[in-house]
Design a protein around this ligand. Structure first.
Ligand SMILES: [Mg+2]
Length: 104
């Protein structure tokens, strides 16, 4: 199940976490873009040298979940810093992808 919170609730959770620590003011789009890439690299590192057929065996890995969460948290922080509507951005991109890659 993946719908226990809305995107707005996730954004609030992240904002509250940052606010409580005095963080967030330095979270500019450039640094957040780099942070997304850095966390994506940490996620990839988990799979480095793992045979492809064994990658699904990592699905219960706490480390994998944490790195995936790190990527997503920075993506949400990017949306917060630019005041972007995440759901609309995803919906609009899917619509564009559907036009670019039509079904047969
Ligand atoms: Mg990490």
């Amino acid at each position: 199940m993946d719908h226990t919170r809305t995107f707005d609730e996730i954004k609030s959770l992240i904002k509250d976490f940052n606010q409580a620590r005095g963080w967030g003011k330095s979270h500019n789009p450039k640094d957040l873009a780099m942070s997304i890439a850095i966390e994506a690299a940490e996620l990839m590192e988990i799979f480095q040298w793992v045979p492809t057929e064994k990658t699904y065996e990592l699905k219960d890995s706490e480390h994998l979940k944490e790195e995936l969460a790190d990527v997503l948290i920075y993506c949400f922080q990017m949306a917060i810093s630019l005041d972007l509507d995440v759901a609309s951005a995803v919906e609009e991109k899917i619509e564009k992808n559907a036009i670019k890659y039509p079904t047969k």
